[in-house]
Write a protein that binds this ligand. Sequence first.
Ligand code: ATP
Length: 297
Amino acid sequence: MMQLYQPLNILGFAYREIKQSLIDMEKMFSLLNVKQEVEDRPDARPLQVDGAAIAFDNVHFRYEEDRPILKGVSFTARPGEKIAIVGHSGAGKSTISRILYRFYDIDEGSVTIDGQDIRDVTQDSLRAAIGMVPQDTVLFNETIGYNIAYAKPGATQDEIEQAAQMAQIHDFVTGLPKGYDTVVGERGLKLSGGEKQRVAIARTILKNPPILILDEATSALDSVTEQGIQTALRNVAESRTTLVIAHRLSTIIDADRILVMDDGQIIEQGTHAELLAKGGDYAELWQRQQEDRQAAE
Ligand code: ATP
């Protein structure tokens, strides 16, 4: 029996490893939605983060020839600032986050973090410095504990629970019969969009990156879930340089700067109050969302 057990055990291990890499790849590709294009320069150095100031300077970018997507985008984020990006679908908001993560190289202009061009640093060090909370998180068919700890191998149960508490998901998890050992994902407990996003937030809290990119879910959430998520996001954004891709303007009133994008350009920027006073596109969008909200209520 022991003779059989050993190879079977190895086989089981190999199967789990392969399954895990397939899921990881699947997750990567769904996140990237692209082929891997960029390479480290031979002399690439690790990114040295000192406060995490971000600067986009006259950035031009196209995915395909003849179809410019970003047409001269410039903005800055000082250390710890929260910058919100709003605009119609297809305006180029997510493209900005993909470029910061360097899924693609730009055609013209520059993107720097603390004065270092992101093309001059290693991709590993760049991505280690950025936490992404995507709209739709893919969870592994593993326990909730594993899914949260994924960003920090070797995290203790205490650390996992602390992160979950900050992400407003701890009470939900402890309410499940198997708690943190509950298997989730396609073949386990199916979590709602809001629950999955909070798991992603807990994961990011554990990763503890100096830069954060939050992609707000487009789908409407019930107001209790929405409130929970907003609290969780505020917790995680605290003292980090944050880019929020926002769909509901009510969630970004407190942003240090709001960039309004249209067709690959920033057409307005300022605080919520400044943009309302200006009476331009943002003010119009705000008015429309307020009316929709009142009608829904
Ligand atoms: P949404 O609010 O709907 O998420 P967005 O403002 O984030 O929209 P982006 O995802 O940045 O928009 O897309 C900007 C434009 O780039 C769109 O017209 C889109 O079709 C195009 N685009 C996005 N990804 C690719 C790709 N991988 N290849 C080619 N074109 C792409």
